[in-house]
Design a protein around this ligand. Sequence first.
Ligand code: ZN
Ligand code: ZN
Ligand code: FE
Length: 763
Amino acid sequence: MNQAQSIIYRRLLRVRGVVQGVGFRPWVYRTAIRHGLTGWVRNTSGSVEIDVEGLPDHLNAFATTLWQEAPELARVDSITSVDVDLIGYTEFNILESCAGDRATSVIPVDVATCPDCLKELSGRSDRRFGYPFINCTNCGPRFTIIQRIPYDRVNTTMASFEMCDRCREEYEKPSNRRFHAEPTACPDCGPRIWFEAAGDRLDIDPIIAATECLRDGKILAIKGLGGFHLACDATNDGAVVELRKRKGRIAKSFAVMVRDIAAAEQLCEMDETTRTLLQSFKRPIALAKKRQSNRISEFVAPGNRLLGLLLPYTPLHTLIMEQFGRPLVMTSGNLSEEPLVFTNRSARNKLAALADAFLMHNRDIQVPCDDSVVRSLPNSLVMVRRARGYVPESIEMPLDCEGILGTGAEQKSTFCLGTAHKAIPSQHIGDLDTVETFDYYRYAVDHLVSLLGCETKIIAHDLHPNYKSTHYALSRKNVELVGVQHHHAHIAACLAENGCTETCIGLALDGTGYGTNGTIWGGEILLASLTRFERIGHLKETVMPGGESAIRDPKRMAMAYLHASFGEEFENIAKRLGLTFEPLEARIIRHQIETGLNSPITSSAGRLFDAVSAAIGICRDRDFEGRPAIELEMAADEAESSSYPFSIRNEADMLLLNSIPAFKALVEEHLAGVSQATIAAKFHNSVVEMMVSTCQKARDLTGVNWVALSGGVFQNSLILTRLFDGLRSHGFDVLIHKLMPPNDACISLGQVAVAAAILRKSN
Ligand code: ZN
Ligand code: ZN
Ligand code: FE
């Protein structure tokens, strides 16, 4: 060793990225010791600061390790370093974070059981063998148990469990993998599970009792991480049908938990992204294509080519799946339309009529959080529901959003909080039209606001006067209110999450949203930036016979489209299609269509899909939102490439997209005996072609080449992938959602972006 290499240097490093609440400091501690370095590490505002002394080679090797081997949950974006005067540290320490520092308020997401913990869980000699609450610095509950910040054990629902000496020793020892694992526990000191039936807590092995109950075809309520699930044997027709009956859920698909990726492979065809997602620490439900023959009951996901799969994400799930072996239906434990049940008391109260028995535990859930749902498509990933594992991760914003609350929409609602250049969308809350869900919404807003310690000064809301989220915004005192049009919010959300502040052609295709002219919009072509929008085109309007009842009954929309397509003949055509109504209802519908009584007009794309699905007999009952469109997509023959005619007219600088020629043609083909698969595919192709042509016309008129896609229709794989490819092949720059669902869950984010842009006068 020459002299220069034996000289000790001191270096200050600053690491930025996802480096807090992810076990980064203990890992730095161990890494520094391994490289023979002295000094310290601490959290500071938005970064981790490291002060180290050692030989140059060792310092360099240390920096390389920071880049290359950071813990799984961490993400290193940048490391800056500067050499400074030597102090002469003798040991390495983890220092306290600066108190009151905003950075200490980073709220980590819930993380699935890590491989190290799984090994201990199944290790017979381990003291946590078979313990359903095993966790460590790298895994376990986070967001769902935090009551206050900073994220310390006393501020979580684990506060009531006093650590035993052995757990405390691990918790306090920096070299231990449970150093500062806030929810750490063991069978001696931590939470417990028990099996409960008919109000009695039974003195038997809870896991064995639970699996026996499932084997008997019974329905079991299982308390999990973010709430209760209702579970039953997914291979047992009787059990699945009974669960549907009790939940009052006729056709909406159930998710299925399988023990590992090999079991998932047996049920579905999966691409690499789906495999990775299923096994990621976020453990969402991933939608994948069912295999022709699998063991799952046909009642799990009827009328759907896809199946929602998920792997165990808590030690309790792992224990159940190991013991049970078979795929398990795991659906949210709630009454239809109500929020997820998450306390033992309300489970006993509300789920008693649904479940035959309960697998309970005594670790409280502070804030409920559903399973997230994702779908991998050939060139993109669609978030269908964003909740556990993703929330409360922030989204980088292209402008300052400090103190802005977006209250969201009404259905699939979320809210969103802005802090500096970040936005934090809430977990999926649900449809706000029940008292219970609205209570949950307000609770969740208060909870997240207090966790983040941010002061809400500006509230952005939808323009719909009857949305509960609008009522909530208007009820708040001493805040500045900003009303944001629904489809502008859709497009703004898409722009914001792509970091774009340009003006774009926005295609907002969804069910319904309140328009600025008082009609119901939903097939909108906007020229939009974050600050402003102009409606430059839309689907040609149709009546919604009976308003709300036309949303609930797709047959009514079919009647409206038949009238628009065939005029006086429409009732005869309806009969030939088998679209029937009670005589009185038929008369009312005709009257509503002819006079417009109680029948608002709409440019909604969602209603067009409903009409087509009902007309050709694919789905005539809508027992859940989006069902007619989903089944229409599922029916389509992907190999079919032809389409139906449509027209686009420019009327006083407004592009009018007329789909009536397509509707008329597809009804005629159906009556002529063409298959549903062909018609469904040709209809999808027509919508894609109509949208590509519209964008070309809009580009000719405006010179804008950016296109942003948003709205629930873009959960449709055929529409999204074909339109994306079609627009790209015509030279457009296309923006799609990657982080938020394209449906109304993204509205709150868009509201925050628009309010920030307007009030801060950026762009
Ligand atoms: Zn772990
Ligand atoms: Zn213990
Ligand atoms: Fe919408």
